[in-house]
Design a protein around this ligand. Structure first.
Ligand code: ATP
Ligand code: MG
Length: 376
């Protein structure tokens, strides 16, 4: 009998249609549904009708949910479970054999842990990291405390809860400021790089105001940047080919930051930024150090099944772990420059191969049996 896989997701809502004649962006239409060419990413994510225009940046478009469901349907029976208010009842009624979780949640520092916590409550196994690891990884300050405790290299940091905290920071400039628990570039902009105290206080002020959460202030890492896709559990955990960032393709004068502007404004389907190089062309020694740091971070945070880990070198060229993404972005269209699928392609895996491999890794952890072998 086919394994029953519940697919938990959050669907990015469409923006209201623009008022005729008003100076507002095009309505948000998932690219796969549009008749013409795909919309630039920025039009799909910005919501000028909301106080936080990037509120839904982490949620998935219909095209991603369809692609994941299609891949999973080749190895099991897929039950779509949108992670909205009625998710608990529907999950309980469906009782899938396990949940494949790509739901990011909307509010609160534990939002990424909501789906797996509800699964835990009902005794239904869940793919990807458990609620504790998801919450720890979402909070970049807590993540760094864990990394330090486990001897994983990460930049010096402090947390500002008030404007005064920013005024009294003792770390040397330049510093980098970003919200403690956001992702997908939310609150990370070219203004996050602060060269002096006045800039830092202004940025922290703005971030506290907009995101209403503590601000992580850390040493600016001026070196090469990478992101590493990790697959597997225990001794089998391995890195896919490393993705390197080429900041020279950013607009002239832009600081080397892969933040909100680079992710959503400058990199569009119409004008894609060739920002990534995979596999990254770096010396073998550096490759080994990056992989070692990424796997050590994966283990320190007790991640499961998969995770994407951001790493950036300090002034001395040493790789430092910036953050972990245990619910990695997985846009299926290669033009969207999503790093996990890109790393998988460099390893010879199609999108479907990747999703099937992750589901198999999860099912082997949960049941001790291979989903792929069962299908064969
Ligand atoms: N301490 C730092 N020094 C230099 N650059 C940094 C630092 N912290 C973050 N950055 C830059 O900002 C980018 C975004 O930061 P970070 O990965 O923390 O944000 P995010 O929004 O959670 O990312 P994601 O899209 O991966 O979820 C990094 O990829 C890097 O380019
Ligand atoms: Mg990141």
């Amino acid at each position: 009998m086919a394994v029953r896989i519940g697919l938990a997701f959050n669907l990015k809502p469409e923006a209201p249609a623009p008022v005729a004649g008003a100076d507002s962006p095009s309505p948000v239409t998932p690219s796969h549904q549009s008749e013409g060419p795909a919309l630039p990413s920025a039009q799909r994510v910005l919501r000028s009708d909301l106080e936080q225009p990037d509120l839904y940046a982490e949620w998935d478009e219909q095209g991603t949910i369809d692609a994941v469901a299609a891949a999973l349907s080749t190895i099991g029976e897929v039950i779509l479970l949108e992670a909205n208010e009625t998710f608990p009842e529907r999950l309980r009624a469906a009782r899938p054999d396990f949940v494949f979780n790509i739901a990011e949640g909307l509010y609160g520092p534990n939002r990424e842990g909501h789906v797996p916590a509800i699964c835990e409550f009902f005794g239904i196994p869940c793919h990807a990291s458990d609620p504790l690891s998801l919450s720890l990884c979402l909070h970049k300050g807590r993540t760094k405390e864990m990394l330090l405790q486990h001897g994983v290299p990460t930049a010096p940091f402090t947390i500002a809860r008030t404007r005064d905290d920013a005024r009294n920071v003792a770390l040397p400039f330049p510093l980098f400021a970003k919200p403690c628990f956001e992702g997908s570039g939310k609150g990370v902009s070219v203004q996050s790089l602060c060269h002096n105290r006045a800039e830092l206080v202004a940025r922290v002020d703005a971030l506290l105001d907009t995101y209403r959460q503590p601000v992580l202030i850390e040493t600016w890492l001026p070196g090469l940047e990478f992101t590493v896709a990790v697959l597997g559990n225990g001794e089998e955990a391995r890195c896919l080919p490393i993705v390197g960032m080429r900041f020279d393709v950013l607009p002239p004068g832009a600081p080397p930051i892969y933040g909100y502007e680079a992710k959503w404004l400058w990199d569009t389907v119409a004008n894609p930024l060739q920002l990534f190089e995979c596999p990254a062309q770096v010396p073998d020694e550096l490759t080994r150090d990056i992989e070692r740091a990424a796997l050590a971070a994966y283990r320190a945070l007790e991640c499961r099944d998969w995770c994407r880990i951001d790493v950036r070198c300090d002034g001395a060229g040493r790789p430092m772990v910036v953050e972990l993404n245990p619910l990695p972005g997985i846009l299926p269209d290669p033009r969207d420059n999503s790093c996990f699928p890109k790393a998988a392609r460099a390893a010879g895996m199609s999108y479907d191969d990747l999703i099937r491999a992750v589901a198999d890794i999860a099912w082997r952890r949960i049941s001790g049996e291979s989903l792929l072998a069962e299908v064969r």
